[in-house]
Design a protein around this ligand. Structure first.
Ligand code: FAD
Length: 393
């Protein structure tokens, strides 16, 4: 009899875990509280690490079918002048496909592999012995339960796994706008541009041939910066050269307050937590989705190679968590740059871009992780990642 997994949440983490398990021969059922997959008009930055996972799962080509590669990163003043930059070599690919496209590709591949996604199915709790409890009163037994139910994870909190969940006092809009090369400067067509003005940041990146990804971030105390719907006038005043971006942002674009989640453990008994439920981080470096996919993929590879599932889950955390904690720590420190005076921030950012060591350890740390390298799961490979990435906090 095939082992069975019940997964809470049909986001990037839940669908990646579901597909990886189904490809290993598991019976997989994903429960999504909403009546459909998330369809907000926004894109998600996927670095090399996430792209490798998609490739290993056989879905990279459809996931980035409409996306165009970003070839360099530039930091700019509000007047548009570049003050530092970095280039992405072929070993650090970056794409910003639509979030909805990525979910659809993962979902369709899961269904094609024999998995099931149940919509309007809200999970309320789980038990370490392998029980999943639904809001309709039913309970389901499985060999593995995965809590991929996002930042507010009911599974994590019900099992007492939460160590810390705190707001970063920062807000972000995430959306896509139409690209019109006639109006954009040529270099913006393939450049990931990070504009700073005071504590506000505008991130622009090409997504597809016709759409660009835009993220606007501001501090909690900046009421006009985080107004919903967006206060265009205040953004135009701070970024006078970017009205071609700001004017195209839809009124109903998605906004979110950023949070950091740190659990006690990634698993208890037969229940594992992944994605934002376990590692939510401010999205300043765009590593949330990549970390979610890496954790999901590594979980499946690790338990596939161990006879005892509970030991496999412990080994997965031992190997993967120190690195993920490091990436989360970097993302939090990077987010704190918004609180610095502009001059000090510029010095730090120039310093990062000027140092190959800092780039490797900060900007490209997550991108360079390859959880699809199968030697990583051999018994001879160092098991305890904390030797390389000491536990941060
Ligand atoms: C503004 C913003 C911009 C971002 N930009 C990037 C980026 O560019 N690159 C990047 O890598 N990351 C980015 N991130 C982070 C990234 O989106 C997340 O890390 C990633 O989507 C996490 O996926 P997830 O599946 O863990 O969680 P989610 O996407 O939150 O999915 C959880 C799913 O579980 C469902 N669910 C919740 N509770 C229940 C329940 N009780 N029962 C059943 N279902 C439930 C939800 O409806 C949802 O579908 C950004 C985040 C924000 C807020």
């Amino acid at each position: 009899m095939k082992p069975a997994a019940e997964i809470a949440g049909a986001g990037i983490a839940g669908l990646t875990a579901g597909l990886a398990l189904a490809q290993k021969g598991w019976r997989v059922r994903v429960h999504e509280q909403d009546s459909r997959l998330r369809s907000a008009a926004e894109s998600v930055h996927l670095w090399e690490n996430g792209l490798r996972v998609l490739d290993a799962l056989g879905v990279l080509a459809p996931a980035i079918a409409d996306a165009i590669p970003v070839i360099r990163h530039e930091r700019r003043n509000p007047d548009g002048r570049t003050f530092s930059s970095s280039h992405f070599g072929p070993q650090f690919r970056l794409y910003a496909p639509l979030h909805a496209d990525l979910l659809r590709v993962l979902h369709d591949a899961l269904i094609d592999t024999g998995g099931q996604v149940v919509f309007d199915s809200r999970v309320i709790a789980a038990a370490p012995e392998g029980w999943l409890y639904l809001a309709d009163g039913s309970s389901l037994r499985a060999d593995l339960i995965v809590g991929a139910d996002g930042t507010g994870s009911a599974i994590r909190d019900g099992l007492g796994l939460l160590k810390r969940r705190r707001a970063t006092n920062q807000f972000g809009y995430q959306t896509v706008i139409s690209r019109n090369p006639g109006l954009c400067e040529a270099d913006e067509d393939c450049t990931h541009c990070e504009y700073w003005s005071g504590a506000r940041r505008v991130l622009y990146a090409p997504a597809t041939a016709t759409l660009a990804s835009v993220q606007l971030t501001s501090l909690a105390a900046d009421n006009s910066g985080n107004a919903v719907p967006i206060d265009r006038q205040s953004w135009r005043e701070l970024f006078p050269n970017l009205s071609w971006i700001i004017d195209r942002i839809p009124d109903d674009c998605h906004g979110a307050w950023f949070e950091i989640v740190r659990p006690e453990y990634w698993s208890i008994g037969r229940v594992a937590i992944i994605g934002d439920a376990a590692t939510a981080q401010p999205p300043f470096l765009g590593h949330g989705a990549g970390c979610s996919m890496m954790a999901a993929f590594a979980l499946v590879q690790t338990i596939d190679r161990t006879d005892d599932l509970i030991e496999g889950l412990a080994e997965w955390e031992l190997r993967e968590r120190p690195f993920t904690d490091w990436v989360q720590w970097i993302a939090c420190r990077y987010a704190r740059l918004a609180f610095l005076p502009a001059e000090a921030r510029t010095v730090v950012l120039k310093g990062i871009d000027a140092s190959r060591w800092a780039q490797r350890r900060i900007l490209f740390a997550a991108a360079s992780r390859d959880v699809t390298a199968m030697r990583r799961y051999s018994p001879a490979y160092p098991r305890n990642g904390s030797i390389i990435y000491p536990l941060i906090h």
